[in-house]
Design a protein around this ligand. Structure first.
Ligand code: CU
Length: 825
């Protein structure tokens, strides 16, 4: 009896906690918990691509630790900054209070070095998300990680679950990368395998199957030359390697599975600017969850993931062979690799995976009729005029957003019930996306926010509606309303447009079942419609292209809730003591750390900020190009051209010395423009200032000058300058063109002429045409900033200028062969 009681007692001891645990796990009310995580942001030295580089890690990991919570959890994330500059972390795709959103200067002040910021919010959603730096270019250096929220129960059955974080890496500081792109938008272009070269055209033309295809190819090339666009404008940055869960392809990531497993792979597009094409050879993937939302499943052989997107697929393990995850960069430069293996010692033949078929040359449809493309707004009632009034106070050309909501009859607040969205040409990428449950009432009235995605690509300034972020004002939205984005991509690149803190309903013809997304990859020339409900009611929300460099270069805007935004942003707190990050940099999860709540300021009364809150203010940039050639057929003679541009995107100081000649230590020809340079549109800049002429003249002099420079159709580099000296007007015109013959081999041809209105003999200026100069220069662009050239240069003098030379006993024509190099600083 005693034994029996004892056994009952011991059983109870065992059963009660189990029952308690069981109810704890399965009752929704106790499913959620308070959880605290400490994240330490610090530098870490890495070698991903053959060079030791400074990266930024979270808890000493790249990617940072996967944060995994349950839906309903109330979480506290303490972010400790051990960098020597400010940082922030953004929780990508999460709906949370705006001051927790982690965008520097928009939702918070950067976390100061040595300080801590407490992010605290409740998880009212589930699915696959991620986090990343929203400060400077730190995301490019490794500050990102997966963020997974488990729902109370999953719709899909799976036995294993892995996050696959795809990212890109360059052996260069990202600030340097951006500075390079600001020197020349196509700075890295010669490093890409796909080139719009003549050689490429000829081989494509040869390979084209039909005459029609040949003609098409010819007109594509011709049109793109005319429009001054490249047909392979896939990437701006030539990366050195691509990472899968922080592993370069030289050391691919591997994870164990077994036959019979159904594996959930959570792909996260964490590249700063890389689009990955993903496949697992010999396997169908079942797409089940996109951007944090379950979808009606569909099978795919491969898919493309843009920066900012996430895709969850299920993979069935049926054979005792490796399942290779192959994620190739869209520009074909490389691939991130990984494998699911049924035995960790299994050999994996990564080389067996064939690359994706090469992307086709693409061509702009701008200005062309696009059959099947029906913009919902363009046809009938355009809200543009109606809104022009309300918009007049806002400096946003092209932005057709109604600010005045009081008139529901206003054309802008159209109700569009039953609108046939299926008539719109939708991006094929999202055509199959259908939400698994109702996401929205599609009949709610909308206000239009037209978003033209554009920019001055050659100058690497990216816009929304014709303006970079730093020139534009925040976009005001009103709580409770629904807004309709109409994204019109006017560029030749993809732009993954990301809205913080709100779901967008991607209008792809499923109405109430249109998928919810936080990032929309808008393809070149494409028009995409998506709605969002202004449900947050207050604060600042960032909206931007998730190509990090596009965002930094202006493709971004803050959204403000009208009448309910703040002038003060939360700040970080000094770490008083027991700073966990001071210990070894390992993970510091679930460590309680009490902060002074008063450090997070109470809401300020709404007032117009003195200046708009801009994440990325106007930058200043420096460019210098030096060209130096030794003349082969004249001993001890060389020629040099130097140009430097210093300043902001639109206004610069230009120093320009064009084709100076030196012979036996004597300067024969040299003058220097010291000009104010102002960009007037994508292709043209005007300039003016003074020019100092040292030679040819007996006495050096200063003269005023003005000019215009830019790129004419067919990529004709144009430089026209006019000067005034001693009563003589001079006009100096130079036209040139670089033709790409092969990937690294170009041919420059140029012609320059100078005319004057009057003869000024002692300064060697003749009335009428002075000279014509012709150059032919083959060059090898061995590095993005270094080329070697051979040049033939022929100059012939005419009229009065020729007579001056004759009277001085000088040659009236020159024939020079040079070899030399060009460097871009
Ligand atoms: Cu972009």
């Amino acid at each position: 009896m005693k034994d029996f009681l004892r056994s009952i007692f011991y059983k109870l001891i065992y059963i009660v906690p189990v029952l308690f645990l069981y109810s704890f796990l399965y009752s929704p009310s106790v499913f959620a918990a308070n959880r605290t995580v400490d994240l330490v942001v610090a530098y870490k030295t890495v070698d991903f691509a053959g060079k030791s580089m400074q990266a930024i890690a979270v808890n000493n990991q790249i990617p940072g630790p996967t944060l995994r919570f349950n839906e309903g959890d109330h979480i506290t994330i303490n972010v400790y900054n051990q960098l020597d500059k400010g940082t922030t972390i953004h929780w990508h795709g999460l709906l949370l209070p705006w001051k927790m959103d982690g965008v520097e200067y928009v939702t918070q002040e950067p976390i100061a070095p040595g300080e801590v910021f407490r992010y605290e919010f409740t998880l009212n959603q589930s699915g696959t998300y991620w986090y990343h730096a929203h400060a400077g270019l730190q995301e490019q250096q490794g500050l990102y990680g997966a963020f997974v929220i488990d729902p109370p129960s999953s719709r899909f059955a799976y036995t294993k679950d892995y996050t696959i974080v795809l990212s890109d890496w360059i052996n260069n500081a990202p600030e340097r990368v951006l500075a390079n792109l600001k020197k020349e938008g196509d700075y890295y272009s010669t490093k890409f395998p796909l080139q719009a070269s003549l050689q490429r055209f000829l081989s494509d033309y040869e390979a084209a199957a039909t005459q029609q295809a040949k003609d098409q190819l010819k007109s594509t090339y011709k049109m793109m030359q005319d429009m001054r666009m490249s047909i392979y404008d896939i990437s701006d940055v030539a990366y050195d390697t691509f990472l899968l869960n922080g592993q370069p392809p030289t050391k691919p990531w591997k994870a164990p599975v077994k036959v019979g497993d159904t594996v959930r792979l959570r792909f996260i597009g964490a590249g700063a600017s890389t689009f990955f094409r993903v496949k697992i050879p010999n396997t169908k993937m079942q797409m089940v969850h996109v951007q944090g939302n379950d979808i009606v499943p569909y099978e795919v052989d491969d898919f493309t993931i843009a920066p900012g997107e996430t895709y969850d697929v299920l993979v069935k393990i049926q054979k005792n062979t490796p399942y290779i995850i192959y994620a190739e960069s869209a520009d074909t430069l490389g691939a991130a690799l990984g494998a699911l293996v049924t035995d960790m010692s299994q050999p994996v033949d990564f080389k067996s995976v064939p690359p994706f078929p090469e992307p086709q040359p693409q061509m702009s449809h701008a200005g062309m009729d696009m059959p099947g493309m029906k913009m919902p707004m363009a046809s009938s009632n355009t809200p543009r005029n109606a809104n022009a009034q309300a918009m007049s106070g806002m400096d946003m050309p092209g932005m057709k957003m109604p600010m005045n909501s009081s008139t529901p009859s206003n054309a802008s607040t159209q109700t569009m019930p039953g609108m046939d969205m299926s008539s719109m040409q939708m991006p094929s990428k999202y055509a199959k996306l259908r939400a698994v449950e109702k996401t929205n009432d599609p009949n709610k009235p909308v206000e239009i926010i037209e978003m033209r995605l554009n920019g001055y690509m050659g100058r690497y300034i990216w816009f929304l509606n014709g303006l970079p972020e730093y020139k534009a004002k925040p976009i005001l939205i009103q709580a409770g309303k629904r807004y309709r984005f109409i994204f019109i991509n006017e560029t030749m690149m993809h732009h993954p447009m990301h809205l913080h803190g709100h779901w967008m309903y991607l209008r792809n013809g499923n109405g109430a079942y249109d998928p919810r997304v936080h990032t929309i990859d808008v393809a070149p020339n494409e028009t995409v419609t998506a709605d969002f409900d202004a449900t947050e009611g207050e604060g600042h929300w960032y909206f931007h292209c998730h190509n990090l460099y596009h965002m930094m270069a202006g493709m971004a805007r803050p959204f403000y809730y009208e009448g309910n935004y703040s002038t003060a942003l939360p700040t970080s707190t000094p770490i008083s003591q027991n700073f966990p990050g001071a210990r070894a940099g390992g993970p510091q999860t679930d460590r309680r750390f009490v902060l002074d709540r008063s450090a997070i300021p109470a809401d300020e009364p709404s007032a117009l900020p003195a200046h708009s809150t801009t994440a990325h203010p106007m930058g200043h940039y420096f460019m210098a190009a030096l060209d130096l050639g030794g003349v082969v057929n004249t001993p001890n003679s060389f020629r040099t051209t130097f140009e430097s541009l210093i300043g902001s995107d639109y206004n610069k100081l230009q120093l320009f010395m064009n084709d100076a000649e030196f012979n036996n230590g004597k300067v024969e020809n040299a003058d220097l423009d010291i000009f104010y340079w102002r960009m007037i549109n994508e292709f043209w800049a005007v300039k003016g200032g003074v020019n100092y002429v040292y030679r040819p003249t007996d006495t050096p002099y200063w003269q005023p000058g003005i000019g215009i420079e830019g790129v004419a159709p067919y990529f004709i580099d144009t430089d026209v300058r006019a000067y005034w000296h001693s009563g003589a007007g001079k006009l100096d015109i130079e036209l040139g063109r670089d033709t790409q013959l092969m990937r690294l081999f170009f041919l420059r041809t140029s012609v320059r002429g100078m005319v004057a209105t009057k003869t000024v003999e002692h300064d060697q200026i003749g009335s009428g045409l002075n000279f014509m100069e012709y150059k032919v220069r083959p060059f090898w662009q061995v590095l993005p900033n270094l080329a070697f050239f051979v040049e033939w240069n022929y100059t012939d003098y005419y009229g009065a200028a020729r007579n001056i030379l004759l009277s001085n006993d000088e040659a009236t024509s020159e024939n020079a062969w040079s070899i030399g190099f060009s460097v871009l600083f």
